[in-house]
Design a protein around this ligand. Structure first.
Ligand code: PGA
Length: 250
């Protein structure tokens, strides 16, 4: 383990080991606090972790039946029943297989006519109340959809996705960046930081620059995840690929 400022870095050889470590953390946390309020992200980084959680649930070793789950963010502009929504993803990958009652799954109303009100309502529901916040990280160091330049005191709100983020997410839309929504509703940085414990997960070389920035320890709005350095109870579980910046000769 390496520590940098207040961040704890746990580095594993492979993304499979990362998924095992993250799922162990989540299972241990929920076993100790079955009534936990937990925020889960979507994205490819956590998919192996969720696979392990589903398998444990299937074998009676993990259950979210007494927990409450919150979405970290959601696209704005997709049809209500879209299979590409983050809500659909969490229903299929977490809610149903892990025994979470549907009424204990919380998400912002991105179909509201008043999105500012929907953001405020979601903020009120979660701020200060989360026990555990699970995060991925963007190659530009965003957390949630808080893109570089987002103020650290930002709350839940509507946000514009950068071109880089839309390109990264086009893999979920058949590789067509034009199909990726331009806007989303996201927990703000201050909302994320209000969780009691935070686990950030990173795998793959595309995250190496963002992780290197965090290791440097500079707290700067150009690196949204650096807000976590101010949190005090944040653990990074990452693989070697994301922990290593490859040198180029030019
Ligand atoms: P990924 O997304 O897990 O699909 O890389 C993470 C993020 O953009 O926050």
């Amino acid at each position: 383990m390496q520590t940098n400022n207040s961040l704890q870095f746990d580095v594993y050889e492979s993304d499979t080991e990362v998924a095992e470590a993250v799922s162990n953390e989540i299972i241990g946390f929920v076993n100790q606090n079955p009534n936990s309020k937990i925020s889960f992200p979507t994205g490819s980084t956590l998919s192996k972790t969720y696979e392990i959680l589903r398998s444990k649930a299937q074998h009676g070793k993990f259950s979210l039946e007494n927990a409450e789950v919150f979405l970290l963010d959601e696209y704005v502009g997709l049809p209500k029943e879209s299979k590409d929504s983050y809500l659909s993803y969490i229903i299929e990958n977490i809610q149903k297989p892990c025994g979470l009652p549907i009424g204990s799954l919380h998400y912002p109303d991105v179909h509201s006519a008043d999105l500012n009100q929907a953001s405020n309502d979601y903020e009120e529901l979660i701020a200060g109340g989360l026990d555990l916040q699970i995060l991925g990280i963007g190659s530009n160091a965003h957390i949630g959809f808080n893109e570089p330049g987002t103020p650290f005191d930002s709350k839940t709100r509507i946000s514009e996705l950068t071109r880089e983020t839309r390109e990264a997410n086009s893999k979920y839309f058949g590789g067509n960046v034009d199909l990726v929504p331009h806007r989303c509703l996201t927990q703000g940085l201050s909302t994320i930081l209000s969780a009691k414990k935070i686990i950030l997960v990173a795998t793959g070389k595309s995250k190496a620059k963002a992780i290197a920035g965090l290791k440097e320890g500079k707290i700067d709005e150009s690196l949204p995840a650096s807000a976590l350095i101010t949190h005090g109870n944040t653990q990074l579980i990452i693989d070697e690929a994301s922990n290593t910046v490859k040198q180029t000769n030019n």
